[in-house]
Design a protein around this ligand. Structure first.
Ligand code: 5RP
Length: 238
């Protein structure tokens, strides 16, 4: 299910304990942003796996969550969090999610776990979107792979139009899409995003524009750094 980048990152290395500690530190900081009664979007992945118990441990009242993947939904329910369909919650107060890469420009790559379509819908449904990450996710420039979700019909034609891309060996998404990865250099993320969005058969890509992001919390060995995003209303979180 994981892309090449995510698979490499998940290998056990001497650094992995420190990375987990950083993910947990960022997740715990984000959990402090949740308030009683919030409608909350929950992302997917190993960093979000640290977020869920941190939210549950706060014992907040009336928090209603929308999950971006079956795995997140199951984990949240097991911790006693309330999970409802996004359409029942409507606009969300806050969504919190991980990322695969974060560029200085504020562009993100997401979707290493293949959940980027739902993640983008949830992020766009939230008044504030907070990204949580360990230090190695902050990069000088975005690099491939860029995750894609494609319509199954005519998928080889769609891949040919995308360019340098290949299907992942992964089950279809919960929405029936096929996962693939764009493998050529990213270059200008806005141009690549526009190219991918122009192609019939591309359901969604993993490039998230800076305008979607309110706040990035990046944990390193010393502290959790807060980087304000370009989304309107970001100041209240930073
Ligand atoms: C899943 C995602 C994840 O947020 C992203 O892959 C980061 O995952 P992790 O926290 O495990 O490094 O976009 O589709």
């Amino acid at each position: 299910m994981a892309s090449t980048r995510a698979t490499a990152r998940q290998q056990q290395t001497p650094l992995s304990d420190e990375r987990e500690r950083q993910k947990q530190a960022a997740a715990r900081t984000a959990a402090e942003l949740v308030r009683d009664g919030m409608r909350l979007g929950l992302g997917s992945g190993t960093t979000v796996a640290h977020l869920l118990p941190a939210i549950a441990a706060r014992g907040l009242e009336g928090v209603r969550c929308a999950a971006t993947s079956p795995a997140t939904e199951a984990a949240a329910l097991a911790l006693g969090l309330v999970v409802e369909p996004l359409d029942e919650l409507g606009e969300l107060d806050l969504a919190i999610d991980g990322a695969d890469e974060i560029a200085p420009s504020g562009w993100l790559i997401k979707g290493g776990g293949g959940a980027h379509t739902r993640e983008k819908i949830v992020a766009a449904s939230a008044r504030s979107f907070v990204v949580i990450a360990s230090a190695e996710k902050a990069v000088e420039e975005l690099t491939p792979p860029v995750p894609l979700e494609l319509v199954a019909f005519g998928v080889q034609r769609t891949l040919a139009c995308v360019g340098d891309a290949r299907l992942r060996e992964a089950p279809p998404t919960p929405d029936g899409g096929l996962l693939a990865d764009y493998l050529a250099p990213v270059g200008d993320p806005a141009e690549l995003a526009a190219h991918l969005e122009s192609l019939p058969g591309v359901v969604e890509h993993g490039l998230f524009a800076p305008q979607m992001v309110s706040l990035v919390l990046i944990a390193d060995e010393q502290r959790v750094r807060r980087v304000r995003g370009a989304k309107r209303g970001s100041a209240e979180l930073a």
